[in-house]
Write a protein that binds this ligand. Structure first.
Ligand code: ATP
Ligand code: MG
Length: 353
């Protein structure tokens, strides 16, 4: 298979970890006989420094022309201290999502048995958890009309959904469920919200087209509770923008560390694969960042963008073997991890390779 992959390391630890996602893709290409051509582009603070623009035209053109994008992170401490800064790294990210028509954010909660002790939940509750979230990205209360009255005693955010927005992400979620545990849980608040009643109606309508998938509907309040009570009960979880924002952050704690979680944003065009963590300036440039989230983002790319399930599994297994051998970065080390098993970014990347 021939593919063009764009690497956008971005800022901070993005520049350190993305290298390992890329190297893993190179190894996969040579082992499985694929031709992956790589190109690089800048974004975020790095791009502002170089060009004044967080998403230079050249980066956007390369992104549109590529088959998939491996992204690191963007951000710089200086913007935290200056919330009114007009040109900001995150503008680049919002713009590229819009330009690429990315409407579904996929976040797998993949738990490695070896890291059960790194989570704050009990091992017997966690063991066997494997959830894939589909969070809608283009609709909901984020983009509806926002108003406030003149004396600041009232504010309103309109929650909107179009049938087509629900349908296109629901189809992706059903298709994913078919390749996984064949269970789909659609999360809404249909007892209260009209948007949720439309959401549920659309999902129910589609369920008939995917008879091999067991479909369930759950209210968001119950889902938030079940997620920590019995995370194993979930396979694919499909939900709207706001509910997905909250539920996926809750779920990230199941896996123990931000440094372990990958995500994919997909839509009509080029898919965008990135760790869920940010640029982490507290540890940037110190060879401390966990590269596994970037490596697992590369696995997601192989699986979702290219349909290379066997190759994706090889990457996940390599990560699993490195962990089984006892190797840890400091974010996933626990009290009794021997000091000589705690590695930096480069050494951990090499173990997986
Ligand atoms: P940004 O503004 O870029 O989103 P942030 O301040 O929100 O950055 P994150 O980058 O999201 O911070 O990280 C939050 C915390 O998790 C930090 O203390 C960081 O050191 C830690 N962290 C994040 N990613 C990793 C990683 N890959 N390996 C180890 N620690 C990490
Ligand atoms: Mg952050």
């Amino acid at each position: 298979m021939k593919k063009n992959i764009l690497i956008i390391p971005g800022d901070g630890i993005g520049q350190e970890v993305t290298e390992w996602g890329k190297q893993v893709l190179e190894v996969i290409a040579s082992k499985f006989g694929h031709e992956f051509a790589f190109d690089n582009a800048i974004m975020g603070h790095t791009a502002i420094e170089a060009t004044g623009n967080p998403l230079p035209d050249e980066t956007l053109e390369k992104a549109k022309a590529s088959d998939a994008i491996l992204f690191g992170a963007i951000g710089h401490a200086k913007y935290d201290n200056d919330p009114s800064a007009k040109v900001r790294p995150e503008q680049g990210l919002l713009k590229i999502r819009k330009e690429l028509g990315l409407y579904a954010n996929l976040r797998p909660i993949l738990l490695f048995d070896e890291l059960l002790d790194a989570s704050s939940l009990k091992p017997e509750i966690l063991r066997g958890t494997d959830i894939l979230f589909f969070r809608e990205l283009t609709g909901d209360v984020y983009f509806g009309e926002k108003t406030r009255n003149e004396d600041n005693t009232f504010a309103s955010d309109l929650m909107n959904y179009h049938r087509y927005e629900v349908e296109r992400i629901a189809r992706k979620a059903f298709e994913a469920a078919q390749t996984r545990g064949k269970r789909l849980c659609s999360v809404d608040k249909a007892n209260v919200l009209e948007t949720s009643r439309l959401w549920r109606e659309v999902v129910q309508g589609l369920a008939a087209e995917y008879p091999d998938v067991e479909t369930e509907h759950m209210f968001i309040d119950n889902a938030a509770m079940q997620l920590v009570k019995n995370p194993k009960k979930f396979d694919v979880v499909l939900t709207a923008n706001l509910f997905g924002d909250i539920l996926t952050d809750e779920a990230s704690q199941i896996a123990g560390s931000m440094g372990m979680l990958a995500s994919a944003s997909i839509g009509d065009g080029t898919g965008f694969f990135e760790p869920i963590h940010g640029s982490a300036h507290d540890i940037a440039g110190q060879d401390k960042a966990n590269p596994l989230a970037s490596i697992l983002s590369a696995a997601l790319m192989l699986d979702i963008a290219f349909g290379l399930q066997e190759e994706a599994k090889a990457v996940t297994e390599a990560v699993d073997q490195a962990l089984k051998a006892g190797w840890r970065t400091s974010d996933i080390a626990v009290n009794d991890t021997p000091a000589d098993r705690i590695l930096g970014t480069v050494a951990m990347g090499q173990k997986v390779i």
